[in-house]
Design a protein around this ligand. Sequence first.
Ligand SMILES: *[C@@H]1O[C@H](CO)[C@@H](O)[C@H](O)[C@H]1NC(C)=O
Ligand SMILES: *[C@@H]1O[C@H](CO)[C@@H](O)[C@H](O)[C@H]1NC(C)=O
Ligand SMILES: *[C@@H]1O[C@H](CO)[C@@H](O)[C@H](O)[C@H]1NC(C)=O
Ligand SMILES: *[C@@H]1O[C@H](CO)[C@@H](O)[C@H](O)[C@H]1NC(C)=O
Ligand SMILES: *[C@@H]1O[C@H](CO)[C@@H](O)[C@H](O)[C@H]1NC(C)=O
Ligand SMILES: *[C@@H]1O[C@H](CO)[C@@H](O)[C@H](O)[C@H]1NC(C)=O
Length: 429
Amino acid sequence: MHFSFWAAAATLLATCRLDQVVAVAVPDHNLAERHANGKIAPKFFIISMFAPEADIWYDNLPSSGLGDLLAVNISTPGLSMLYPHVHCVADYSICQVTTGEAEINAASTVMAVALSPKFDLTKTYFMIGGIAGVSPKEAALGSVALSRFAIQVALQYEFDAREMPENFTTGYLPYGTDFPDEYPTTIYGTEVFELNEALRDIAFEYASKANLSTSTDAAAYGEKYAAEGPLYTAATKGPSIVKCDSVTSDVYYSGNLLSEAFENTTISWTNGSGVYCMTAQEDNATLEVLTRLAIEGLVDFARIILMRTGSDFDRPPPDVSAFDHLRVLDQNGFLIAIDNIYYAGVEIVKGVLKNWDCTFKKGIKPTNYIGDIFGSLEGESDFGPGSLTEGKGYKPGGNNPDNFKRSSVPGKAIRKRGALPGPVVRAAQ
Ligand SMILES: *[C@@H]1O[C@H](CO)[C@@H](O)[C@H](O)[C@H]1NC(C)=O
Ligand SMILES: *[C@@H]1O[C@H](CO)[C@@H](O)[C@H](O)[C@H]1NC(C)=O
Ligand SMILES: *[C@@H]1O[C@H](CO)[C@@H](O)[C@H](O)[C@H]1NC(C)=O
Ligand SMILES: *[C@@H]1O[C@H](CO)[C@@H](O)[C@H](O)[C@H]1NC(C)=O
Ligand SMILES: *[C@@H]1O[C@H](CO)[C@@H](O)[C@H](O)[C@H]1NC(C)=O
Ligand SMILES: *[C@@H]1O[C@H](CO)[C@@H](O)[C@H](O)[C@H]1NC(C)=O
């Protein structure tokens, strides 16, 4: 009895490798897991930002055999008025929420879900799946990018370019600096997030199985960049799956100069590791929430996938004005970008669910630093001014050693707590 049990287990382990469908009937102890402590514990959570990104899953997931996301609707305080439910398939293995657009909506909704007593998300894989602007240097319209870094590029001072000093190349100026290419000296903490590269690479392999939607009109728009020379070849080649990074800005910027300025910011703030590629309005907000909740042990920051698909180029092709590019001409990338969220995304969902017991349940160990620029999670980052927690990470419940710095300005001590000396009359300046 014992022998045959272990023999069967050994066979299962032997066949249990990534990218392999385990054709052995595994007893379904999963239902119990999904309802651990009476809570819903999805294996996979899709984060969409607006209706078209969500509808593509509602319309197509049933035909994949993975279930219907409209089978269960769950409300919880703090969700968007426009998108008031978390949606799950009937067995709760996959859930989805729509945050609403830009940073405030993304942070609010994800915080509401993660703090909801209805969910246990400690083992859940999150995938941000949305459309984005795409750099024509990195990929074509409809392409799918899986990112390691997310950069909040507009977290800077800004002058209207008509009033900027003559020796500036952009009106954006990193906090605490006097020249655009300097490294910021005041850090808010959400400037850069780094995700689990090993998980990103597995997601890339899964997504690469997809047949992507293409469009001859979008391809024709991409062809226009050929005149820019070899640096822009990617734009002309049609949709593909790529590994490159995602920037966040509430401002939906467009044009050569801002795109190039934020490309420079990405390189500077990731200390040269980041590849500026996709531009969207939410990722860093979502990642900030997941960082805070990872400190409390409510989510696992090593289980986040950031996938963005290119719906429009961030800058115009030669001989097209920035205004015409954004507001007049139709780039025809929107529909294929929406389609490809599903086509690439569903392969990632399938891969994680099929290989759950042997691989994903216990997690994919990161080999790179993961977390934010503060060093809020354990480890030393390869970007930023150095960990505020000496690589130890913040402790749950606010129980941190006194020596953890709290200043966002490196090197600047925070006044020790104590009674104020009483009101003073301040001298006129
Ligand atoms: C869930 O909500 C959607 C609309 O968002 C609706 O179409 C669907 O019928 C609802 N499902 C259930 C089980 O009520
Ligand atoms: C830019 O010009 C200002 C004067 O307008 C000068 O103070 C500053 O040093 C210059 N910066 C660089 C990096 O050249
Ligand atoms: C946003 O997140 C990305 C990736 O996680 C990170 O590289 C980037 O620095 C973040 N930016 C901000 C401003 O938080
Ligand atoms: C992609 O298309 C090929 C050829 O039609 C087909 O064999 C394959 O199954 C498709 N892949 C997916 C993931 O649908
Ligand atoms: C980006 O950086 C390069 C190299 O430092 C510089 O030549 C260029 O002017 C910068 N672009 C912008 C828009 O700031
Ligand atoms: C990143 O670059 C900044 C500016 O050059 C530097 O101060 C910082 O130490 C670098 N961080 C790492 C981890 O190399």
